[in-house]
Design a protein around this ligand. Sequence first.
Ligand SMILES: [Zn+2]
Ligand SMILES: [Zn+2]
Length: 278
Amino acid sequence: MPMQSRKRWYTFKKQFQPFQSFNGFLFFFLNNETAQTAETLKLINMGPQQITDILWRVGGPDMTSGRDCAIYLVDLGPPVLIDCGSGYGFDRTIANIEKAGFNRGDLKTLIMTHCHADHIGAAPLFRSRFGTTLIIHEKDAEIVERGDIRLTASFCFGVDFKPLPVDKRLKGGSGTLRFGTYDLNWVHTPGHTPGSISLYLDKDRERTLFAQDIGAPLLTEFDCDPAAWLESIQKLFSLEADIICDGHSGAYGPKKIVREYLEYCLASQYQQGYIAAE
Ligand SMILES: [Zn+2]
Ligand SMILES: [Zn+2]
């Protein structure tokens, strides 16, 4: 068990730029350039970054590889990983996990919020090295198990994605995963992908929400579904979380800022024309 600490590391700011790196990739992808450009993104944070007494960000585009999503580790008795990056930052991610005080051999659970390669490319490495159980919603399980190059966006991130069998499928609209004394709740939040999920955890009257790519542009290239997304973001508003962990840039809080973050996501979809104004 790592030292308990009340140190907090989340951003109090009103200007959100959650998908800067994602939009970088998008730009290069749409211009038919290669993901080599990822290397031009500089790693500016060493990590890990502690967010609450049981939550760390152990990877991300600023920390482990320009191709990685934000990678979170929650200490629920066993450490539980939420997303794992592209694979390019694997060694740095493991180093950060150990710096946070965990053993690599204890990484037995990986929850994948959706099927994109920047979030799951490292999953086969985790499973083969540490026997990690891979968990994903059934609708995205189909995509990763058939190794769909387009819908995993793996070509976009330069990930050589092979069909990936998963260990556990989350079925339906919501559920709870029990770890030690904690209930880790999940809700199906489709739109970004068909099987996107968000997770939330309540501890000490504080709710942490893992919304991951909820703010990402709803691209037709990846079969994003704007109508489903609008319902999903309403679910996230209704959770009234105190801290929100986004899929690329890190965590934001407190409650008022979480609400502003979600409003920002909503506004940017309209502004970019991914959702038609009524
Ligand atoms: Zn992403
Ligand atoms: Zn994504």
